[in-house]
Design a protein around this ligand. Structure first.
Ligand SMILES: Nc1ncnc2c1ncn2[C@@H]1O[C@H](COP(=O)(O)OP(=O)(O)OP(=O)(O)O)[C@@H](O)[C@H]1O
Ligand SMILES: Nc1ncnc2c1ncn2[C@@H]1O[C@H](COP(=O)(O)OP(=O)(O)OP(=O)(O)O)[C@@H](O)[C@H]1O
Ligand SMILES: [Mg+2]
Ligand SMILES: [Mg+2]
Lengths: 245, 245
């Protein structure tokens, strides 16, 4: 049955969408069936990967009871299906906290992984994802302001743990790591010190190729398959496989 | 009477907080009295500049009618006062769209500039800021995904213009510009092509010094006064002065 991952961090621009797309692509490339769900009203994940319009939106699934399949589209990549984002997700307010789990119940055998890209927030759609997932992957940009943001994330997770029996596991992924820059090493050391083995072994380097790839509507594996960023996301996918739920 | 600027862009991590803090500091350094308001529930602006706790919060001002002065603190920098952010701003839903303008009425003669740092969203507190300000400063990171985010911002601004007689002016500021990188030039050309003279002449370079400065609780003028980032924010402050409302 599928493992559900939420990619979340209320700090903006830390690499949530980039991680959601490239982790999903790496897992699909390793012969798994993956469903990528775009909870961000900006819908950048969807624009990157989408092939054709869906007949229903995520909001139809959550609010009107439409089935998951009607809001799912192909991406042109084997094994990778997508539920595109929708502007109405920006105003989604949490209702029934089990709505996503019950909607996904019918497809849990069809996928090995469900990955949810969240907007930079801890409310609404993101809260639903935190209440639904088995594990939260938190991209942590190797910069000072991103470090400060972790405090409010940890407080929010305490709230989530009070709302559901067993809280999700946490996994912190260092992103945009520039080894020439002292600040990056300092932040990495701080994160390792705080979170110990909850920090992924893979570290995503700062890479212009990653920033370029959305412009070509490509994953990093299609844009720069032999580069360090593709290798890092590949290594992270192997870690996710190994630690499965 | 004070000019009111909102620093907004729902795309995360594009340099809103960095621009709010350093523009406010540059204007205060040029002998203006500046009030910096932190509408972001993460409160990173406040942590950077704050000297002592306020007796009231922004939420008390907006929801309970507390006076602005009770929620304002010194920052240790001449001419620069701060209204710290508050976690409750994360759930703020727009009520009376004139509430901020009427609360500010009593201090509009005390300041030359009021600058509002917004969270990565277009709802709630950000919408209030867009309805209150004379001008919106939109930091645009020189990367592809930030470009896509401008489409939803422009749509949101059409909604704002329908809600108030005269919409705010728009000003786009290119940030994290790395001249060694083709992608940055491409994005800059695209933004200039779309927005013409609404694009600020000043361009903020990508600079490790800027990313480091929050860790020392310093503005860029205190951390690296002779560097390119300080010069760029100084030039932008001069542009804001010249174009004033
Ligand atoms: N490792 C990396 N190296 C260089 N650039 C990166 C890297 N990861 C992401 N980027 C770029 O940084 C910017 C922010 O990344 P992304 O949009 O994935 O973050 P996000 O957390 O999803 O943002 P938001 O908070 O707006 O949802 C994008 O322009 C992206 O292309
Ligand atoms: N010109 C620059 N060069 C290098 N780093 C920068 C620059 N401007 C900002 N930064 C760094 O980039 C990160 C994002 O900037 P910042 O937090 O100001 O963006 P933001 O738009 O306020 O983010 P959020 O959407 O979370 O509110 C921070 O770590 C900041 O220190
Ligand atoms: Mg994103
Ligand atoms: Mg900010």
């Amino acid at each position: 049955t599928a493992s559900i991952y939420a990619i979340a961090n209320q700090k903006g621009g830390v690499g949530k969408t980039t991680t959601a797309v490239n982790l999903a692509a790496a897992l699909a490339g390793r012969e798994h069936r993956v469903l990528l769900i775009d909870f961000d009203a900006q819908g950048s994940t969807s624009r990157l990967l989408r092939e054709e319009p869906a007949s229903a939106t995520i909001a139809d699934v959550l609010l009107e009871g439409a089935v998951i399949e009607s809001a799912t589209v192909t991406t042109g990549r084997r094994g990778l299906m997508l539920m595109p984002g929708d502007r109405s997700m920006g105003e989604y307010a949490l209702g029934d906290q089990n709505v996503l789990r019950s909607r996904l119940a019918g497809v849990m055998e069809a996928y090995a992984y469900v990955i949810i890209d969240c907007p930079p927030s801890l409310e609404g759609a993101t809260l639903l994802a935190l209440l639904t997932c088995d594990e939260v992957i938190v991209p942590v940009q190797c910069e000072y302001l991103a470090l400060e943001g972790l405090v409010s994330l940890m407080e929010a997770m305490e709230g989530v743990r009070r709302m559901r029996d067993e809280g999700p596991r946490m996994r912190y992924l260092l992103t945009m790591f520039d080894r020439r820059n002292n600040l990056a090493w300092e932040v990495a050391r701080e994160v390792q010190g705080h979170f110990g083995d909850q920090v992924a072994e893979a570290v995503i380097p700062r890479s212009v190729r990653l920033a370029e790839s959305p412009g070509f509507r490509r994953t990093i594996f299609e844009h720069d398959p032999k580069g360090p960023a593709a290798a890092a996301y590949q290594a992270f996918a192997v870690e996710v496989e190994r630690r499965g739920v």
